[in-house]
Write a protein of this length. Structure first.
Length: 361
């Protein structure tokens, strides 16, 4: 909405300039000294100028429309640049290990610069409910007026969020959600993303002539909503087939532990694997690489390590989320709420894309 509004202002300004240029210029009057050729040339030049301005206006309009396509349904009172002065917003993520969170932090920083608010990112060093609760409490004690939080689990953090809410802190949830009301939720449709990953694995297996066999999933834990949803979505892609999806193995999103879990699946004769987050995906890819890239494997999240594994043929694809958009738009939602504006919709799907070898070369 902010980008679209700015683009509309730009378009209006350009259109006004174009109209002013057309109406204020004095008309040329042919004199005995002005030849027909000269008059024709001036008219042609004027038409070219009008055409150029019209094309520039059209491009600006298209840019304005494209800039916010993902959030085309967004409504409500949207904060403007500078509205965050005097406010303090804190991003609290599940951990600080993954590049996914680094990208979210970048989105938050960009929005904070535009809004003029104070901002910082804090997170546990590992995925741990008690440590994340401590982060929430510390943010409130430090004077945060809003927090963006990616919950490690749906319920463990709710008491801390309630205390923050009672203290007047605005809460925006990003990526992984807790069972607690908030200003807005921004994240991926994880079931859909998991199902797409499953469909890609299924296609690759069929292309190899493999129509049955065991499939393993390496995930974070049994509580984190986002990865649980991806697990369920992945499994749904194989309903009605002859494949057997084994019990999910949890490795805390740690790449080394995930590699061990994936290697265990490979030793059981699995024909395919799925890593449900960045660390799990890297672990799966490394295990497949050590096995000679004989297993079909896919994962979630984009990082330099994941992209290299796709280039090397150890992963057929990954589902790339948009954590930068979650952070950027979440910051605007927080400042809007702080200033008493209404924020809608309640949930924004920030999208996902499939990265395959042909897209990362």
């Amino acid at each position: 909405m902010r980008k679209k509004a700015l683009s509309m202002i730009l378009v209006a300004a350009m259109a006004s300039a174009a109209l002013a240029g057309c109406s204020s210029a004095p008309k040329e009057t042919a004199t005995p000294e002005t030849t027909a050729a000269e008059t024709e040339k001036k008219e042609t030049d004027a038409k070219k100028e009008e055409t150029t301005k019209a094309e520039e206006t059209k491009k600006a309009e298209e840019a304005g429309g494209a800039a916010n396509d993902m959030l085309a349904g967004e409504t409500g009172d949207i904060a403007k640049p500078g509205d965050g002065k005097g406010q303090k917003v804190v991003l609290i993520t599940i951990d600080s290990m993954d590049q996914h969170w680094v990208n979210m932090d970048k989105g938050c920083k960009k929005a904070a610069e535009e809004l003029g608010c104070e901002y910082k990112w804090i997170a546990p060093d590992v995925k741990d409910d008690a440590k994340q609760i401590e982060c929430v409490n510390n943010a409130v004690a430090d004077g945060a007026t809003a927090i963006l939080v990616a919950a490690n689990g749906p319920d463990a953090i709710t008491a801390a969020l309630e205390e923050a809410d009672e203290a007047g802190v605005k809460i925006v949830q990003v990526d992984s959600f807790a069972n607690y009301p908030c200003v807005q939720k921004l994240g991926t449709d994880n079931r859909a993303a998991g199902k797409i990953a499953g469909e890609k694995v299924l296609e690759a297996l069929e292309a190899k002539g493999v129509k049955e066999g065991k499939i393993g999933i390496v995930s974070v834990n049994a509580a984190t909503t986002s990865t649980v949803d991806r697990d369920e979505g992945f499994r749904s892609a194989f309903e009605g087939t002859a494949y057997e999806i084994l019990e999910t193995q949890y490795a805390d999103g740690d790449a080394a532990k995930s590699k061990d879990a994936a290697a265990n699946f490979i030793s059981q004769g699995c024909v395919a694997l799925f890593g449900a987050n960045e660390g799990s995906c890297v672990g799966v890819g490394n295990a497949v690489a050590e096995d000679g890239n004989n297993i079909v494997a896919a994962g979630m999240d984009k990082s330099d390590a994941v992209i290299q594994l796709i280039k090397d043929g150890s992963l057929i694809c990954t589902m790339a989320q948009n954590p930068d958009i979650m952070g950027y738009e979440g910051m605007y939602a927080a400042i809007t709420a702080i200033n008493g504006g209404s924020v809608a919709p309640e949930y924004i799907d920030t999208g996902v894309s499939v990265l395959t070898a042909d897209k990362v070369q």
